[in-house]
Design a protein around this ligand. Structure first.
Ligand SMILES: Cc1cc2nc3c(=O)[nH]c(=O)nc-3n(C[C@H](O)[C@H](O)[C@H](O)COP(=O)(O)OP(=O)(O)OC[C@H]3O[C@@H](n4cnc5c(N)ncnc54)[C@H](O)[C@@H]3O)c2cc1C
Length: 431
């Protein structure tokens, strides 16, 4: 039996190097408000260094220019990268590009791989993924109304999307659209590659949000509103089979949620470090904060929650590696909402212990807090994942035939008495 919690020493060395590199080279960039062209220029030499160390695009198999590490190793990497919103970008595994690369690798034709996947992996192109619509519940993607209608050999797309991350800085977008409204719910949609600049594709605006209340045009990390008006595409735009839109999205989301969760752990650990550091020297009411029981409880609870999340996430990653995403559905759904809550709670405590400083923009905590709120929504809201977990748990149970709990003590006592009647009779009257 194997029950292993250690990291092999060769890979640990890579992780140690990454931790130093991200802290020394990437964290400083967060403090500058760089435009997308400036950011690309500044990170180019860092990306070269990552490539030289064979840590670039680690989510893909070696034949596609990746490292083929599998989800457990990837998870450990994402914990380090997630400490900064720019970490994944420097290592070529940022969302949504990593998921889009996985789609292209899995269902793309040779021509699609050459045109879109290769430049995406080289960091020469960036992409976005357009599923959510303002007028339909994104939590239930079987309700989409964006359409893709046959036009000779090609397609015409019409629809309205929103919250499309990085659409305004991307070179192409993968759009999910209804190709057969009369098909069963999960077979109605297909996916298409749409180049930015295609006639009829309008990236209307970077939406102001909690994460970015005053968006500056042409900066990385936008969430955009997008209109598709008679966007004409050739047959080569279709990804995979007609009707596979939902299926492809599901494949993409499993490993993506492991990476989200590990990135949240990276953020939570950064907040935890700030929480503990502050507690050691801030003096109030006769002692440093580290001596107050409430603060000690926050530290202990945060340590426990982060560790629980890490173990849960790595176990889900291991299950994907061993048995595939479908087998790990419950574990993946669990970490999505448990992780979002852990991230929020640890940052919240770190803000509280810093008082007004924590609330100010002189520390990264307030922006981390605003970004953390979104974790309860994107890739499916908490409620949907809780619902999935409950459904999968309940599958293992059925109502007792007599409508009596199977643990009902009087019933069990009666059964036990019948089973042990001989012994009970033999010892009757003895104390
Ligand atoms: C920062 C950020 C980035 C994003 N990036 C992208 C992107 O790149 N591409 C993209 O396509 N989308 C993206 N999204 C959209 C995201 O995927 C959706 O917001 C999410 O799926 C929820 O859809 P909705 O916003 O339409 O909310 P709705 O579906 O309207 O849900 C609203 C609320 O209804 C409740 N609810 C829904 N279903 C149930 C249920 N079954 N049981 C109980 N309660 C329920 C929940 O409380 C939920 O929060 C992003 C969102 C955010 C916040």
């Amino acid at each position: 039996m194997t029950w292993e919690f250690s990291t092999d020493p060769v890979f640990q060395k890579k992780l140690d190097w990454m931790r130093e590199f991200v802290r020394n080279q990437v964290w400083p960039l967060e403090t500058l408000q760089l435009t997308w062209p400036q950011l690309r220029h500044v990170i180019a030499p860092l990306q070269q260094e990552v490539k030289a160390r064979e840590l670039w695009a680690a989510h893909l198999d070696p034949e596609l220019g990746g490292q083929g590490y599998g989800q457990v190793k990837l998870g450990l990497m994402h914990e380090i990268l997630g400490s900064s919103p720019l970490g994944p970008l420097v290592f070529g595994c940022q969302a949504p590009d990593s998921g889009n690369a996985e789609i292209l690798a899995a269902v793309g034709t040779e021509e699609q791989k050459l045109r879109w996947l290769e430049p995406l992996l080289a960091g020469a192109m960036y992409s976005s993924f357009a599923l959510t619509e303002p007028d339909n519940a994104g939590a239930d993607p079987t309700n989409l109304t964006t359409t893709a209608v046959r036009d000779g050999a090609g397609w015409v797309l019409n629809g309205h999307k929103w919250f499309i991350s990085n659409a305004s800085t991307s070179d192409f977008m993968i759009v999910v659209a209804v190709t057969d409204p009369s098909a069963p719910r999960h077979r109605r949609t297909s996916q298409f590659v749409v180049p930015i600049g295609a006639p009829g594709l309008d990236v209307v605006r970077d939406i102001a949000s909690m994460e970015n209340p005053r968006p500056i045009e042409n900066t990385y990390g936008s969430h955009c509103e997008v209109l598709l008006t008679d966007v004409r595409l050739g047959p080569e735009a279709l990804l995979g089979n007609i009707g596979d839109g939902f299926l492809i999205s599901q494949k993409r989301l499993g490993p993506g949620r492991i990476h989200h969760s590990m990135r949240w752990i990276g953020q939570a650990r950064r907040a935890f470090d700030m929480l503990c550091e502050r507690a050691t020297y801030r003096y109030a009411h006769g002692s440093v904060l580290a001596d107050k029981q409430t603060v000690r409880n926050w530290i202990a609870d945060s340590a426990a929650e982060i560790q629980a999340l890490e173990l849960m996430t790595l176990q889900a990653a291991w299950k994907i590696d061993e048995y595939g995403s479908a087998a790990a559905r419950k574990e993946i759904a669990l970490i999505k909402y448990y992780g979002a809550k852990t991230l929020h709670d640890v940052i919240d405590r770190a803000i509280q212990v810093h008082g007004s400083l924590g609330y100010s923009s002189d520390l990264p905590l307030e922006s981390m807090y605003r970004a953390a709120r979104a974790a309860r929504l994107y890739d499916g809201p908490d409620e949907v994942h809780r619902e999935s977990v409950a459904r999968l748990c309940l599958r293992e149970y059925e109502a007792p035939a007599d409508n009596r709990p199977s643990e009902h003590v009087p019933t069990r006592r009666q059964q036990a008495k019948a089973r042990y009647a001989d012994v009970l009779a033999e010892f009757a009257g003895q104390s």
